[in-house]
Design a protein around this ligand. Structure first.
Ligand SMILES: [Zn+2]
Ligand SMILES: [Zn+2]
Length: 341
């Protein structure tokens, strides 16, 4: 058979971290290697990054996941089997599987190029199984072909932290010079490097007293880093909020110029407190970023082809994923956490 790597045989099993019930830890389990449909590829996972969204799914802030579920949506791996309708990928191709797992292609949002808002989406590691397992299935049209010569563990965080960070950054007009970033983790340290190359000045805001995160921000290109309770030395043109803390929207709004924008990059955030209309006045804007489009992905990977983005990776074994999850929940992480196989 041409469309299957001979090392995979039917009924073989794999190791996976499985969520059986929200608000309970993942369980290290042996389970069947997934079957693929005609539009999918089977991927042998090389690395899968942990994202704050995984935490929101595990902790129950995002409702109605597929259960039992294998989370994980920053997947890098090799194609080992292709469905019979797959035309764009071959055995041994290296691919990335992102959060947007599939769309219907026919709803009014898909038809106007906003597939990130599709009425009938499938999300990797949420409504279909993801990458915290030795193998995973992905829809070939929604996979990104990735270079073979780069390190899998450094590519994995680009699949969501990078992509959603890039979509957030793209919401800011190109004339913006001074940009605030609230919450300096995986997304921020990737986007900070791209923005800096493009001549932007980044001001990093962290949890009060988190000196380590402030040092981390300065190391990755921020020109100023301080507690989120502090005001920056100048008015900002725009701000991106990656921390899931609603009150930061108000702080950011007060720190931006006339016509500035506050971009909320997370999928879940605590409530935003009420604020004076005066703070929004003069054409300030607040927007959220939801999911990604494939166009974002193509643009993003094209943009970084010739940039050497340094990703700070904290490496974990699959069976130790709950440790990584607890560290992220407790805010004890600088950089990106990645399970490496
Ligand atoms: Zn749609
Ligand atoms: Zn994510």
């Amino acid at each position: 058979m041409k469309n299957i790597d001979k090392t995979i045989s039917k009924n073989e099993t794999m190791d996976a971290m499985i969520l059986y019930q929200q608000s309970t830890p993942l369980v290290f389990t042996e389970t069947n290697i997934p079957e693929i449909n005609d539009e999918q590829v089977l991927v042998k996972v090389e690395a899968c990054g942990l994202c704050r969204t995984d935490l929101h799914i595990i902790d129950g802030e995002l409702k109605n996941p597929k259960l039992p579920l294998i989370p994980g949506h920053q997947i890098v791996g090799k194609v080992v089997k292709t469905g019979k309708n797959v035309r764009n990928l071959n055995i041994s191709d290296r691919v990335g599987i992102p959060w947007l797992g599939h769309t219907d292609g026919s709803c009014k949002f898909c038809l106007k190029g906003l597939e990130n808002l599709c009425d009938n989406p499938i999300f990797t590691g949420y409504t279909m199984d993801g990458g915290f397992a030795e193998y995973t299935a992905g829809y070939s049209d929604f996979c990104f072909k990735l270079p073979q010569n780069k390190d899998a563990k450094s590519l994995a965080p680009l699949l969501c932290a990078g992509l959603i960070g890039y979509r957030s950054y793209s919401m800011i007009d190109k004339y913006a010079e001074n940009i605030g970033i609230y919450g300096f983790g995986s997304s921020a340290h990737i986007i900070c490097q791209i923005a800096t190359i493009e001549g932007k000045k980044i001001y990093a805001f962290t949890t009060p007293g988190d000196i380590e995160a402030q040092r981390f921000a300065l190391k990755y290109g921020a020109i100023w880093a301080d507690d989120s309770t502090q005001n920056p030395p100048i008015k900002l043109d725009a701000a991106i909020i990656f921390a899931p803390v609603g009150k930061l929207v108000i702080s950011a709004l007060k720190n931006i110029e006339k016509g500035g924008i506050v971009v909320c990059g997370g999928i879940h955030m605590s409530d935003i407190p009420s604020f004076k209309y005066q703070d929004l006045w003069e054409e300030r804007k607040i927007v959220s970023v939801a999911n990604l489009t494939r166009k974002d992905g193509f643009e993003f990977f094209k943009k970084i082809e010739n940039i050497n983005i340094e990703v700070k990776v904290n490496e974990f074994e699959l069976k130790d994923l709950n440790i990584a999850i607890n560290l992220l929940r407790d805010g004890k992480v600088t950089g990106s956490q990645v399970v490496v196989f």
